[in-house]
Design a protein around this ligand. Structure first.
Ligand SMILES: [Zn+2]
Length: 371
């Protein structure tokens, strides 16, 4: 049995396997699917009382916290970790604390303070102090880390060296194998009608929407061939452009996300770095690959090292509209022989989650039995 604390309730959390887990979330997100949430009985809003009851259960051997480099969340996570460890040592049954880490923005940038943005030297000093505080506190509670990407591992080694040297760690990349819902190769002669370049994600500049709209304005030839750009996600409906070949669509349900993936030939995720943010993985990246879609992504994602040699992925520099336009044309041309999706099928979920939990919690029950 494990207790998992997540800062924000992503829909992917609701798709985790629920057996043997008690999941607490600190805040919902705009994307949170309420229908999904009410069906997930082991997923609860964080309350201190229920958290304490959960970690004191005799069958709980692992506490998974959010990663230390998520700086605004870490003080709460550290408090919960230290509290749980203290209560469990008093009860004579030590608790293992583990983390799944995907942050790939360097600590020198990640730990800067918005108020000091105009004073670079002061900000660099502030970042060093914060990094030390995070490193020492993480050193005290975290014992095991599963890194989702090799980039995250290298980042922790450089940004939180004390913690990195102390913990047991491993890299377990997210699962990008084809989902079991993906059907046989479609007859090449079948007409698909309208063809879509699909963006999935929040409607914010860090997801590269400015660049994408600028690039699409250069793709008149695609629009003339019947291609449309569809932008889907919370906040996207507030955007607009002159082109009539663009659809802006706000938040949709998970089921609808799968139908957008099924209708898309190309998925595009041109994320761009901001002052204190860099794309970690980008869930739609995984969803596109798991469903056999051609993917155009920026090199900002922590997945870029792992995916750079794939034939169904084109990697572009962030913020470069001309290159992105070329990549979209290239993708449109190469996406012809895509597999079709069986929409009635069941989707895979949580496979790498299971692997993460297996590794974080390994030996937990045996050492408990010995104790
Ligand atoms: Zn699927």
């Amino acid at each position: 049995m494990r207790v998992v604390v997540v800062p924000q309730l992503r829909n992917s959390v609701l798709e985790w396997p629920q057996v043997d887990s008690i999941v607490f979330y600190c805040a919902e997100r705009a994307e949170t699917d309420q229908e999904f949430l009410s069906a997930a009985s082991s997923v609860n809003r964080l309350r201190l009382g229920s958290f304490i009851r959960a970690v004191l259960r005799t069958d709980v051997s692992l506490l998974e916290l959010a990663e230390p480099m998520w700086i605004r969340e870490w003080p709460r996570q550290f408090f919960l970790g230290a509290l749980a460890m203290t209560l469990r040592s008093l009860a004579g049954r030590p608790l293992l604390v583990g983390v799944y880490a995907i942050e790939n923005l360097d600590g020198n940038q990640r730990f800067t303070v918005p108020a000091f943005d105009r004073m670079p030297r002061l900000n660099a000093a502030a970042a060093r102090v914060i990094a030390l505080a995070v490193d020492v506190s993480a050193f005290m509670v975290v014992r095991r880390i599963v890194f989702g990407t090799p980039q995250a591992r290298a980042n922790y080694a450089a940004s939180l060296p004390r913690t990195f040297r102390r913990v047991d760690s491993i890299v377990i990349p997210p699962d990008t194998a084809l989902c079991r819902c993906v059907g046989p190769v479609e007859n090449a002669e079948t007409s698909r009608g309208v063809r879509y370049v699909q963006f999935l994600g929040e409607g914010s500049p860090r997801k590269g929407l400015h660049t994408l709209l600028k690039a699409w304005a250069d793709c008149d030839d695609l629009a003339a061939d019947g291609w449309r750009l569809r932008l889907t996600g919370p906040g996207v409906e507030a955007w607009s452009c002159d082109s009539r070949s663009v659809d802006f669509e706000g938040k949709i349900s998970r089921t609808e996300v799968y139908s957008r993936l099924a209708a898309a030939d190309v998925v595009v995720l041109p994320s761009e770095r901001q002052a204190r943010w860099r794309e970690q993985i980008g869930l739609p990246t995984l969803e596109a690959l798991k469903h056999g879609r051609f993917l155009v992504m920026s090199t900002e994602s922590g997945m870029s090292e792992l995916l750079r040699h794939r034939e169904d992925v084109i990697m572009v520099r962030p913020g470069d509209a001309a290159t992105l336009a070329m990549a979209l044309r290239d993708a449109a041309r190469r996406s012809g022989a895509l597999r079709s999706l069986d929409l009635g099928g069941v989707h895979d979920s949580g496979e790498s989650r299971e692997a993460v939990w297996r590794w974080l919690g390994r030996g937990g029950t045996e050492s408990q039995a010995r104790g």
